[in-house]
Design a binder for this molecule. Structure first.
Ligand code: ATP
Length: 297
């Protein structure tokens, strides 16, 4: 079986449009393809269609046009085979639902169990390992609603790990988490990438994207640009994607330095960790991805 994005083993979104019953077309003619062993950021302003795209990939909404293929399969077949794991946005979860941490992680194994959902020794071992990997073993008997935001994120990540899906979708995994948890999540994503999994991560945390994402999809109802972070995650493309919704300020020359360094500094932020471009003069850097990020401790 081919293993390129043009082939069958990753995520392939082909000219997908999604129109809600109220007539709003939230995603229009979106196309991109991701190979196994990839972490891809999905970036766009609030309302640009990121969650809608996730819902289309998860089969929660049906595209009005185009198609999604996951590991070469239509969405329904991929879900049936347990190929796709999903880490939802916190707002999409009912935290009052009385369920223990270990039960949430065990749900990741449901697709591997028989009709009666009786966990085997193997299932229990995978749940234990997933809890251990995200550092939540000590919390396994706690009600999910009693956890902090970052702890909840870790639990859903553990559920995705226990599921062992080759495709992992993460909807804003860094929102409301501290720097330590963010670093732990990024480390885990890197491990999964090394193991050949493909991850699509929606995020407003622009400054971190070049750190851990090798691909980027910039979305504004449709795909503005998609491809390697090094060539696509540029100031010019971000300004096209966000329009006036991006905080953007540049400093150069005397406004920035007291020495002879002529380089300017451009800061772009979508309200979470800012992205910083270093240019040679006041306008440079518009077409280059950043060499490095700042703000990361
Ligand atoms: N069930 C629905 N019915 C009708 N319109 C919807 C529905 N869900 C979302 N929308 C609309 O579709 C558009 C895209 O929403 P979506 O949630 O996909 O954006 P997003 O990029 O994920 O935003 P955010 O960054 O705020 O999470 C918005 O205009 C939203 O109001």
């Amino acid at each position: 079986m081919p293993t390129t994005a043009a082939g069958h083993d990753g995520i392939r979104v082909d000219r997908v449009s999604v129109t809600y019953p109220n007539g709003l077309t939230a995603v229009r003619d979106a196309s991109f393809a991701l190979d196994p062993g990839t972490i891809c950021a999905l970036v766009g302003v609030n309302g640009s269609g990121k969650s809608t795209l996730f819902k289309a990939i998860m089969g929660f909404v049906r595209p009005s046009a185009g198609q999604v293929r996951l590991a070469g399969l239509p969405v329904a077949a991929a879900l049936k085979r347990n190929i796709v794991a999903y880490v939802p946005q916190s707002e999409d979860v009912d935290w009052n639902f009385p369920v223990l941490v270990e039960d949430v992680v065990t749900m990741g194994r449901y697709g591997h169990m028989n009709l009666f959902r009786i966990a085997s020794r193997e299932d229990r071992r995978k749940v234990d390992a997933a809890l251990e990997r995200v550092g939540m073993t000590a919390f396994r008997k706690r009600q999910i609603g009693e956890l902090s935001g970052g702890q909840k994120k870790r639990v859903f990540l553990a559920r995705a790990l226990a599921q062992e899906g080759r495709i992992v979708l993460l909807d804003e995994p860094f929102t409301g988490v501290d720097v330590t948890t963010e670093a732990a999540i990024v480390a885990l994503l890197r491990e999964l990438r090394a193991a050949g999994q493909v991850m699509l991560v929606s995020t407003h945390d622009l400054g971190s994207v070049p750190d851990y994402c090798d691909q980027v999809v910039l979305l504004d109802r449709t795909v503005v640009a998609a491809g390697p972070t090094a060539t696509v995650f540029t100031r010019a493309n971000l300004e096209r994607t966000f329009g006036g919704a991006l905080r953007n300020f540049s400093l150069g020359g005397a406004a920035l330095h007291q020495d002879a360094d002529r380089r300017s500094l451009t800061v772009l932020t979508d309200d979470e960790r800012p992205l910083v471009f270093y240019g040679d003069d006041g306008r440079d850097g518009a077409d280059r991805a950043p060499d490095d990020t700042t703000g990361r401790s």
